[in-house]
Design a protein around this ligand. Structure first.
Ligand code: ATP
Ligand code: MG
Length: 366
């Protein structure tokens, strides 16, 4: 990744511009952590970059930044800028391209995110970000109150970086967050969810939650039972354990799972019929949220005589043949009854046994 990134910098330089790696990649590189993508700061405009990477398909150009996939790595290339006015604590209304790296760094959020690397691989650390990496501390670039007041997303980014990197927030950062946290209500629920997803999915999530509690952000985030959060499950399970504003956006699939988990929580997750109906995943999560040992649930699930309709050892055709009847809704009824009997151990799942049971079915029908 480093080699490819330096190659990309050289390509931009060859066209007569300045370019540096900045942000997450350099931070993670110095911390020996993997990165997903690379941020580049340059004095080339998105249009210049398009020209330089003529033969590469560029999906979209954002506000002064452009995404380029180069050798399968995602590069977010942003033109040096100074952001001035903000409305709704979020969008810059004026972007001025400036020809200067240090000015570009001053608009960034945290000191640990300002460390740069040039095309020779040399670290350029104008704001002494390495000191913060050593201290494992998060400080804002410049006045913390102003930083957080300008953009409330930075509050959640601070918590996210602290959580993922296991860093502390400086006292100034904490105080500024407390003073500006009311602005969180102006952030979109999607942005809040994206950050919370990353915080909760971290294996250091417990620390992130403790920061949310310490700074009393839960109320601002419309999380009403933060003390009951269950982190011992996957992200869907975590969200299922929380009472939150219904404005948080979830995909159809996520909504469905959360609903099922909540339903299954009301049932006995060690009951064969419940295990069969809701499946292993939903039962494990629901069980974990209720404090049942996951292994116990898995073991019970593995012992089920059937886990799927296909496991029932009689086909619809055999049912029709045995009864000498044409297709009809009665087949579904029979399967339902068989499922229940087999799951409760009252009927052996064996072709002959099932056929003989079904052959008598007509007697009970009316
Ligand atoms: P990661 O990619 O691991 O999430 P990152 O630090 O690279 O972390 P990005 O969201 O990729 O974060 O942003 C790249 C850089 O842009 C950051 O390092 C930071 O310098 C700057 N940045 C991003 N978002 C903001 C913001 N809301 N306010 C100020 N600077 C920001
Ligand atoms: Mg990044």
């Amino acid at each position: 990744m480093l080699e490819t990134s330096l190659k990309l910098l050289k390509k931009i330089e060859m066209a007569g511009f300045k370019a540096y790696i900045v942000g997450g990649f350099v931070r993670d590189y110095l911390l020996n952590r993997p990165s997903l993508d690379v941020d580049i700061a340059t004095n080339a405009t998105p249009r210049d970059i398009k020209q330089i990477f003529k033969d590469i398909f560029i999906p979209k150009v954002n506000y002064g930044s452009i995404t380029v996939f180069y050798h399968n790595i995602r590069f977010e290339i942003t033109t040096f800028r100074k952001e001035t006015k903000y409305i709704d604590n979020r969008r810059p209304t004026e972007i001025e391209y400036i020809n200067d790296l240090s000015e570009d760094l001053s608009r960034r959020d945290f000191i640990i995110n300002t460390i740069c690397m040039d095309s020779n691989g040399t670290i350029i650390d104008l704001l002494n970000g390495r000191k913060d990496l050593e201290k494992k501390e998060i400080n804002t670039v410049g006045n913390s109150y102003n930083k957080f007041n300008e953009d409330a997303l930075r509050i959640l980014r601070a918590i996210r970086f602290a959580t993922i990197l296991n860093f502390t927030l400086s006292d100034e950062v904490k105080e500024a967050i407390i003073k500006t946290k009311h602005n969180l209500s102006s952030l979109s629920y999607q942005r809040k969810k994206d950050e919370l997803d990353k915080i909760f999915a971290s294996n250091n999530a417990k620390y992130g939650v403790s920061l949310i509690k310490e700074l009393a952000l839960d109320q601002e985030l419309e999380i009403y039972n933060i003390d009951e959060i269950e982190l011992n499950v996957d992200i869907i399970g975590i969200w299922s354990s929380l009472k939150i504003s219904d404005k948080y956006p979830f995909s159809k699939n996520e909504k469905e799972l959360i609903k099922k988990i909540r339903e299954a929580m009301k049932l006995n997750n060690l009951n064969n019929e419940v295990l069969y109906q809701y499946g292993l995943y939903v039962n494990s999560v629901a069980g974990t949220l209720k404090g049942i040992d996951k292994k116990k649930i898995t073991k019970k699930f593995e012992q089920l005589p059937i886990t799927n309709k296909k496991d029932i050892k009689i086909t619809s055709k055999e049912i029709m043949d045995v009864l000498g009847k044409k297709e009809g809704s009665y087949i579904k009824d029979i399967y339902q009854q068989l499922t229940s009997l087999i799951l409760n151990g009252n009927l052996e799942n064996d072709n002959e046994t099932l056929k003989s049971y079904v052959s008598k079915w007509g007697y009970y029908e009316e």
